[in-house]
Design a protein around this ligand. Structure first.
Ligand code: RIB
Length: 302
């Protein structure tokens, strides 16, 4: 089973021709709400990839909560680990430009109430994969890495959004998934050695004895383990909205590990899923189904 300990948001999304600069007002061309939050997005992606998933997190006692959880419910994600708190359901204010790029401001609300004590609801076992991000309090993420290790579970830590203090516990995760910017920033904090990113990734894997995966958007994915270095391409697509693409990658990647795929196959399936997630608007509504990901992978191989 995959256990996601993470954030749940309602996304408030405006489409604009181009993203505004500081102090600038631009006219929007569309508005929508959709379930989001990096934790919830990754949980749904893992479920759509074919894994059994339990989510541990928190929402408010407000009108946003039901909509924020709706697609997780439809996707048969086990929601028994979700707490209702007096804080508001987390929200993300998202602007998406015509080129598919975005800017996001997250108001954590109830996500800040996910505490280490909630990990009892994770019901961790040795065959589980625990999937974490950095949109809940960092002591909870750190405690989840320890609890997973004690239970003999595998851990995947997505370093989004960047939070410098997380450098202290990255090395506890079996697999770290970072985008280029996050990896470069953590690389400085951890004083990684080497000219160029691949060399610094090898240095990280050698020093920690763990794996590091760096996502490069349209350029695909790099991964370093203590004994290996892998390069995986993305699908060739024209993005309409990249929100949630990284989350789709992480959910599919964790599902691949949980379903027993080799590292290169788990990465290839996750990279293809992340590419397909850029073809539709919104985070959760755009997460592709496993059959579409597998068909796209087959097509790209042939
Ligand atoms: O990664 C995309 C997500 O980041 C959005 O769904 C939003 O809720 C923010 O958490």
């Amino acid at each position: 089973m995959i256990i996601v300990v993470g954030s749940i948001n309602l996304d408030l999304i405006a489409n604009v021709d181009r993203l505004p600069g500081p102090g600038e007002t631009v006219r929007g061309s569309g508005f929508a709400t959709a379930p989001g939050g990096k934790g919830a997005n990754q949980a749904l992606a893992a479920a759509r990839a074919g894994a059994k998933v339990r989510m541990v997190g928190a929402v408010g006692k407000d009108n946003f909560a039901a909509e924020a959880l709706a697609l997780l419910r439809d996707g048969k994600v086990d929601l028994s680990g979700i707490t209702e708190t007096f804080a508001s359901t987390g929200t993300a204010l998202i602007l998406v430009g015509a080129d598919g790029e975005n800017v996001i401001a997250v108001v954590p609300g109830a996500n800040d109430s996910v505490v280490p004590g909630d990990l009892a609801k994770a019901l961790l076992g040795k065959d589980d994969v625990v999937l974490l991000q950095l949109e809940i309090p960092l002591p909870t993420v750190d405690a989840a890495l320890d609890a997973a290790r004690a239970a003999g579970a595998v851990t995947v830590l997505n370093t989004a959004p960047f939070r410098a203090e997380a450098a202290a516990f990255l090395g506890k995760a079996d697999y770290v998934v970072a985008n280029e910017t996050e990896f470069d920033l953590y690389g400085e904090a951890l004083s990684l050695n080497g000219r160029g990113r691949p060399a610094r990734m090898r240095d990280y894997a050698g020093k920690t004895g763990r794996a590091i995966v760096v996502t490069l958007g349209g350029e695909g994915v790099l991964a370093a383990t203590p004994n290996d270095f892998l390069t995986v391409p993305a699908l060739r697509i024209t993005p309409v909205d990249t929100v949630g693409a990284g989350d789709t990658f992480c959910g599919y990647f964790a599902a691949g590990l949980s379903l027993g795929l080799s590292l290169d196959k788990a990465l290839a399936r996750a990279a293809a899923a992340g590419s397909l997630a850029c073809l539709k608007p919104g985070a959760q509504p755009a997460i592709p189904l496993a059959k579409d990901v597998d068909a796209a992978l087959q097509k790209s191989a042939g």
